[in-house]
Design a protein around this ligand. Sequence first.
Ligand SMILES: N[C@@H](CCC(=O)N[C@@H](CS)C(=O)NCC(=O)O)C(=O)O
Length: 262
Amino acid sequence: MAEFVDLKEAIGMPGLRLLVISVTPSPWGEAVKGFFYVKKIAYVPVRHPMGKDQALLRQLTAQESAPVAFYNDERPRSTWPEQLYLAERLNPEPPLIPADLQDRVRMFGWCNELAGENGLGWSRRELIFDRALGGSRGDDPRLAPMRSMARKYNYNSESARAASQRVVQILRGLSTLAAEQKRRASAFLIGDRLSALDIMWAAFAALIRPLPEDLCPIAPAMRASFNSEDPDINAAASPLLMEHRDFIYREYLELPMAMERG
Ligand SMILES: N[C@@H](CCC(=O)N[C@@H](CS)C(=O)NCC(=O)O)C(=O)O
């Protein structure tokens, strides 16, 4: 992968630029990197300003999260469905959106359970906030950046309780889907070929159990927070579902993950 550039430098560039959190395998970013990787779509990686220069990101995109895809002078795309459709347009092969209507409906539904509001990623993030900020530790001044992000994503201890149940529900559902697909002798979560859902699951599984350090570099404290210690959540992610993540990374995605050292 090319060298990361700063947002200021990226603005003037033509072509495709993808702003991601460069030092952490944020699952939203890793999923979109995966869409581009399997389609062999080249892009300039842009580092998320992480607290510096956020005004510029807000001015350009009316929000502050990553990933954001910038393509020529088209509108910036800061949500996963727009980024997936952009990838399909820039290179239709291999298609990541199923042609069959029922498959397509199911695929988008499941992707939303992973990446949408109150989905698995969102809910695991609530639990990460809760682990760091719950109880007396919440007042620690070093946790100010985390507190401000928690506010942004409407965290409170009640929402964290609901989040835990939501993660279990989604993982059980996906585990059932993986088992059904195996019975149908399919190696993929939807139909008989790779789709965006396989890539999304591979990326979001990092929030349950990240891949080992040599494949997925993460700062130790961040790795500890990504790794789920909730026995209900861990039991809900079947071994087959976790093996599916390993299979998708091994066969289709870039390893080790392309990241900057934090
Ligand atoms: N905008 C994405 C969601 C991406 C997202 O939640 N990104 C988080 C990853 S933790 C982020 O960049 N947070 C940093 C921030 O909001 O400042 C979508 O709706 O598809």
